[in-house]
Design a protein around this ligand. Structure first.
Ligand SMILES: C[S@@+](CC[C@H](N)C(=O)[O-])C[C@H]1O[C@@H](n2cnc3c(N)ncnc32)[C@H](O)[C@@H]1O
Length: 303
């Protein structure tokens, strides 16, 4: 498929597939930015749970008034990729090219599967240089089942082989497009609160996309890391949003349209002083054909 181009360059977008990726929801997110957003001359754009960065790359490529951005994620290997793409993309591309050439020479799906499991073993158990580790991470993302990132209780990546015909293991143009956009981005690894001291002086816009609360029940089942994002974490995040609101930051948060044990909206209660809108998620509630109803999710805003 041809990639979208601007000024002869392809446009930056996520370089990995990521669970909870916001690519299909962008127009609904943009439609709910603060009304004065585009007129602000000097915006700092902040994403404490950046993941694949679908919203980040969209914002960087469409809003020139974003003068600086700050991103963070708790996933060290994901952030290692962002840092290499920002600072040393050629080194990453060289490592990815090596893997791509080895992989494409393998004639059968069995041989490719064997190679995949060898790489997974290496990723889980060997000390690797930063560029090799990032290349291994991107290779696994492109060839594993559904581009999932999931770890077991020991923190080991455990997603099976995905059996794709032509995975795009080394997308050089895309890496360079992301490299250009990341020049104005400060990149951090760790818990989401760590980046507060790096916010801008004036107009801070924060897009918060945490692990979603399940539609009912309380523990997050998406294992991005081996730490569970449960209701205690959702409540701490709410307290953090209150602190940022007091500092004058504009906040937009995505989360699920989850119900509490009484069948009432969990987030409407928790964020009762905030603006909450339902948007259409690109998932279906009911998997049976004919009865398909689109799931909704929430945008929680302090403006
Ligand atoms: C819903 S995903 C974000 C998806 C992203 N918006 C995208 O478009 O790909 C949630 C992210 O939060 C990260 N995460 C989980 N717990 C965290 C924490 N306590 N602090 C910072 N990041 C965390 C996960 O590693 C994951 O990448």
């Amino acid at each position: 498929m041809k990639q979208p181009v601007k000024d002869n360059y392809i446009i930056a977008k996520p370089f990995v597939k990521w669970a909870g990726g916001k690519g299909s929801l962008i127009s609904q997110l943009i439609g709910n930015l603060p009304q004065d957003f585009a007129e602000q001359p000097n915006v700092t754009y902040i994403e404490p749970f950046v993941g694949g960065g679908a919203m980040l790359f969209y914002m960087l490529t469409h809003y020139p008034n974003i003068k600086r951005a700050v991103i963070n994620d708790v996933n060290e290997d994901l952030i290692n990729c962002y840092l290499l793409i920002k600072n040393d993309p050629e080194k990453l591309i060289a490592s990815l090219r090596e893997i791509k050439e080895e992989y494409y020479q393998l004639a059968t799906i069995e041989a490719k599967s064997h190679y995949y499991y060898q790489m997974r073993e290496k990723y889980n158990n060997e000390e690797l240089a930063k560029d090799k580790r990032a290349a291994c991470f991107i290779f696994l993302n492109k060839t594993c089942f559904n581009g999932l990132y999931r770890v077991n209780t020991n923190g080991k990546f455990n997603v099976p082989f995905g059996q794709y015909d032509h995975p795009n293991i080394c997308d050089e143009e895309l890496i360079m497009a992301c490299h250009r956009e990341l020049q104005k981005v400060d990149i951090y690894v760790g818990g989401y609160k760590n980046i507060t001291r790096h916010f801008g002086r004036r107009y801070n816009f924060i897009y918060i996309d945490p692990p979603y609360r399940p539609l009912s029940g309380s523990a997050c089942f998406i294992e991005y890391t081996h730490n569970i994002f449960d209701d205690v974490e959702q409540e701490k995040l709410k307290a953090y949003c209150d602190t940022l609101t007091q500092k004058g930051c504009k906040i937009m948060q995505s989360n699920s349209n989850s119900l509490d044990d009484n069948g009432e909206s969990y987030f409407a209660k928790l964020y009762n002083a905030y603006t909450i809108k339902q948007i259409l998620a690109h998932r279906f509630i009911n998997a049976h054909a004919g009865k398909r109803e689109k799931e909704t999710e929430l945008l929680i805003m302090n403006y």
